[in-house]
Design a protein around this ligand. Structure first.
Ligand code: HEC
Length: 100
C-alpha cells in the first residue's frame, strides 16, 4: 500500500514538473527582453544604444504606446517591419516604453 502511494506521488510530481516547465518556455518566448534580443538587438544594440539602427532609449518621450507599436509592427523605409507577431510586438512595445 505504501509503495503504491509513493508511485502515485512521484508520478504526479513528474506530471507537474512537465507542465510547469512547458509553461515557462512559453512565457520566455513572450518576454520583451528575449524578443528584443532575438529580433532587434542586431540593429539597435544589446543596450538599446544603437548600432546599424538608431538608439531606441526613451521612446516613451517620443511616441505614444500606439505609435511605437505601429513603428515596431510596420517598420519604416529603413527598418524592416513584421519581424514579430502582433502579440509579440505588444510585449516588446510595453517593455520598450519603460526603458529610459
Ligand atoms: C535591419 C535592422 C533593424 C532591425 C532588425 C530592427 N530595426 Fe528598428 N530601426 C532600424 C532603423 C534603420 C531605424 C530608423 C528608421 C527610420 O529612421 O526610418 C529603426 C527605427 C526604430 C524605432 C524608431 C526610433 C526613433 O527614434 O524613431 C524603433 C522604436 C525601433 N526601430 C524598434 C525596433 C524593434 C523593437 C525591433 C525588433 C522587433 C527593431 N527595431 C528591429 C533598423 C532595424
Amino acid at each position: 500500500m505504501m509503495k503504491q502511494l509513493w508511485t502515485v506521488a512521484i508520478l504526479s510530481l513528474l506530471l507537474l514538473a512537465g507542465c510547469s516547465s512547458h509553461a515557462a518556455d512559453k512565457k520566455e518566448a513572450l518576454d520583451g527582453e528575449t524578443l528584443y534580443g532575438n529580433k532587434c538587438s542586431a540593429c539597435h544594440g544589446g543596450n538599446l544604444k544603437g548600432a546599424v539602427g538608431p538608439p531606441i532609449l526613451n521612446m516613451s518621450s517620443k511616441y505614444s504606446e500606439d505609435e511605437l507599436f505601429k513603428m515596431i509592427t510596420e517598420g519604416s523605409d529603413k527598418m524592416p517591419g513584421h519581424l514579430l507577431t502582433d502579440e509579440e510586438s505588444r510585449v516588446v512595445t510595453k517593455w520598450l516604453m519603460e526603458k529610459k
